[in-house]
Design a protein around this ligand. Structure first.
Ligand code: 0PR
Length: 392
């Protein structure tokens, strides 16, 4: 550490230089991220309220009330206004909270198991590792849809929870939530939906008259949902969300911290100190955009998705891994050859996509920061690379 502090201007200059190597959203290079530039107004609000700490909600009663208000507003678009929940650092923490509840609710099961699709996000592996849960992973069919028969066959007397995904990490696909719901109906099995990505896309796609299968609290057996503001909610990083139908579960499974200012309240959080600013910012973003604002953003992303999908299908040698259901496009080779070389070449040209070697696909997430001009340039490079590598 320096003995004497530097001038602010000098520090800012050094920072600018040091961070020059970061990719930026506006450059269009970031094609494989589920995060994006937060809404400008959200950033302003966040800066204003950056010191709010919901780790001690008794000190920040207004912020705590705002969180509750926001949760019920989100519940409204997820098919059940009367829910509880909490904002988290992201989808991983939300999924961890869900998996902890799954285990806690079934103390009678000594070797807890959770059944989920193989396409589930890595956060479930982390949660299972931390909680001592065994994961049973169901296969996908050749078209990347969940193999429901296999899923059902993995459920046994040790199953305390099942997971469905509304917006898979690799392809943005939606599992057959209603069918999973029917399988576990009348059984004491917790049903968690991971809509970390889809949560703030699907309600608006439905409003735009896309055919969206039921995935949220409208499906009776759904117990909880993960949905992240810092993905398609345009929220400030980090902000995830966990939403729960049955409020009594908080009393049964929540942690209690009696010494805090508010005293004797229960909560689900893994973290202690918890940002209020990101939540206040998301409250403001939702108020500012309204349903119509989100519809407009999602529509633009979907128009770009369809444009990219069409252009991909015109290139010999590569093809779409699946028809996009939301703004995620998976690209694979036509002849089954590895996609890795194409990805390497794309990276050399600064196109940063997600790579899923298990499924041999590269992924573009058509976030709001990607504009048509970026896609045109990307396609141009991709076409040249495929030709050069002679993947036909
Ligand atoms: N659930 C699903 C379905 C997800 O896709 C993700 C993350 C999570 C949970 C976990 O969310 P957090 O990362 O908020 O904990 N999906 C992205 C992915 O792994 C995350 C991401 C974001 C990756 C930005 C890259 C990136 O630049 O692909």
């Amino acid at each position: 550490m320096l003995e004497e502090g530097l001038k602010k201007q000098e520090i800012l200059k050094i920072l600018e230089k040091k961070l020059k190597n970061d990719f930026t959203y506006e450059s269009g290079s970031i094609l494989g991220s589920m995060c994006t530039e937060p809404l400008e107004f959200g950033k302003q609000v966040y800066n204003k309220y950056i010191s709010k700490n919901l780790g001690d909600p008794g000190l920040f009663l207004g912020t705590a009330a705002l969180e509750e208000e926001l949760i019920s507003e989100i519940g409204e678009i997820f098919g059940e206004q009367n829910i509880i929940g909490t904002f988290t650092t992201g989808g991983s923490e939300a999924n961890l909270i869900a998996m902890r509840i799954v285990k806690k609710l079934r103390p009678d099961i000594k070797k807890p198991e959770v059944v989920l699709p193989i396409s589930a996000h890595i956060s479930f592996d982390k949660a299972a590792d931390l909680l001592g849960i065994k994961l049973r992973k169901a296969k996908l069919k050749a078209n990347y849809d969940l193999d429901l028969t296999h899923f059902e066959s993995l459920i046994n007397k040790n199953t305390c929870g099942v997971v469905g995904i509304a917006g898979t990490t690799s392809l943005g696909l939606i599992d057959p939530i209603e069918d999973i719901g029917k399988i576990i109906e009348e059984r004491d099995i917790f049903f968690h939906i991971d809509a970390a990505f889809g949560g703030f896309v699907l309600p608006f796609l439905k409003e735009l008259n896309y055919e969206i299968p039921p995935w949220d609290f409208t499906v009776k057996s759904v117990s909880s949902i993960t949905a992240d503001p810092h993905k398609m909610g345009l929220g400030v990083i980090p902000s995830g969300g966990f939403f729960l139908r049955d409020a009594s579960i908080l009393q049964k499974t929540g942690f209690e911290i009696p010494y805090l200012a508010g005293g004797n309240f229960k909560h689900f959080h893994i973290v202690g100190t918890r940002p209020g600013g990101t939540i206040i910012a998301f409250w403001a973003i939702i108020k500012f955009l309204g349903i119509n604002g989100f519809k407009e953003i999602v529509k633009r992303c979907m128009d770009n998705t369809q444009y990219l999908a069409k252009r991909i299908s015109e290139i010999d040698g590569i093809k779409l891994a699946a028809d996009p259901m939301m703004n995620v496009v998976g690209i694979t080779t036509e002849n089954g050859e590895s996609i890795c070389e194409i990805d390497d070449e794309l990276r050399k040209k600064n196109w940063m996509l997600g790579k899923f070697t298990d499924f041999n696909l590269i992924r573009v997430v058509m976030m709001p920061h990607i504009v048509r001009e970026h896609i045109v340039k990307f396609i141009d490079d991709l076409e040249k690379i495929v030709k050069k590598l002679k993947i036909i």
